[in-house]
Design a protein around this ligand. Structure first.
Ligand SMILES: Nc1ncnc2c1ncn2[C@@H]1O[C@H](COP(=O)(O)OP(=O)(O)OP(=O)(O)O)[C@@H](O)[C@H]1O
Length: 257
């Protein structure tokens, strides 16, 4: 369980970007975080894996307080948090298998990684996951030869190789065409349920958020102002989340699509 309580993030001396935010994600659920540009969605995700230092408050993952961890303890905790990125963050000149195995860095010795002598179990697990997401045939192909959708599947498998306790996805479909985007969202939803894995997705496309997630968290000016099932995201809720903001047109466009 992820339990965030009273989380505040202030960059420098400015206004807080996250304002006393509370959020609990339990069990197997895929949660979309929506909101206009600047609402604080990325900051929230980055506070969870400590890419951004929270100013105050608590973030607990399965009983471990993450905000106070340093050094080795922080590195260990980060392994338990998988990340999927908008730009995939693959190493282009490496093969799919090598990229996927980089999810095990920190678990295996540096020597094993450099010489690509991956443990048998890791290879078996990689094939299992690559088969599951439909990229096993590309195991020995360079990452830069793949399409966007295939590259994001590599990104997902790499994150799953960590055997994470939670998966955070920061606009994972924003660089993809609509059909591929839907396929990746469907895949993540299915994986959340199959692997018993909570997933938090920062997403601009409200239509996809409604279709592929179990719960929608709407942010505005650093606060959560909506937290409910997708079906409850009606026009009033959309207005409250987006009215008058630069994200309004984009979200409305996505809804109409
Ligand atoms: N490193 C930083 N230093 C200073 N201010 C920052 C930094 N990162 C983000 N901010 C500010 O914090 C606020 C929230 O940004 P954040 O990226 O979390 O919003 P967001 O909801 O993810 O937006 P978007 O949808 O555009 O990605 C914005 O006003 C942004 O300018």
């Amino acid at each position: 369980m992820l339990k965030i309580a009273d989380l505040v993030k202030r960059y420098g001396t400015g206004e807080p970007v996250l304002k006393n935010l509370d959020l609990t994600v339990e069990g197997t659920s895929i949660v979309a975080v929506i909101g206009s540009s600047g609402a604080g969605k990325s900051t929230l995700l980055r506070c969870i894996n400590r890419l951004v230092e929270p100013t105050s408050g608590s973030i607990e993952l399965n009983g471990v307080e993450l905000t106070s961890l340093r050094g080795k303890d922080l590195r260990m905790a980060r392994r338990r948090i998988g990340m999927v990125f908008q730009g995939f963050n693959l190493v282009d000149r490496l093969t799919v298998m090598e990229n996927v195995q980089s999810g095990r860095l920190g678990y295996i010795s540096t020597w094993a990684a450099i010489t690509r002598r991956y443990p048998k179990d890791d290879i078996a697990r990689a094939y299992e996951l690559m088969e599951r997401v439909g990229i096993a045939q590309y195991a020995n192909t360079r990452a830069d030869a793949l399409s966007g959708g295939e590259r994001q599947r590599v990104g997902v498998v790499r994150a799953l190789m960590q055997r994470p306790e939670i998966l955070l996805a920061d606009e994972p479909t924003a660089s993809l065409d609509p059909r591929t985007s839907e396929a990746i969202m469907g895949l993540m939803r299915d994986l959340a349920h199959e692997l018993d894995l909570p997933i938090i997705i920062n997403i601009h496309n409200v239509t996809e958020a409604k279709e592929y997630t179990d719960r929608i968290v709407g942010m505005r000016y650093g606060r959560i102002i909506f937290d409910d099932a997708p079906a409850a995201l009606d026009e009033d809720a959309m207005e409250a989340i987006y009215a008058g903001s630069p994200g309004a047109d984009r979200a409305a466009g996505a809804q109409a699509a």
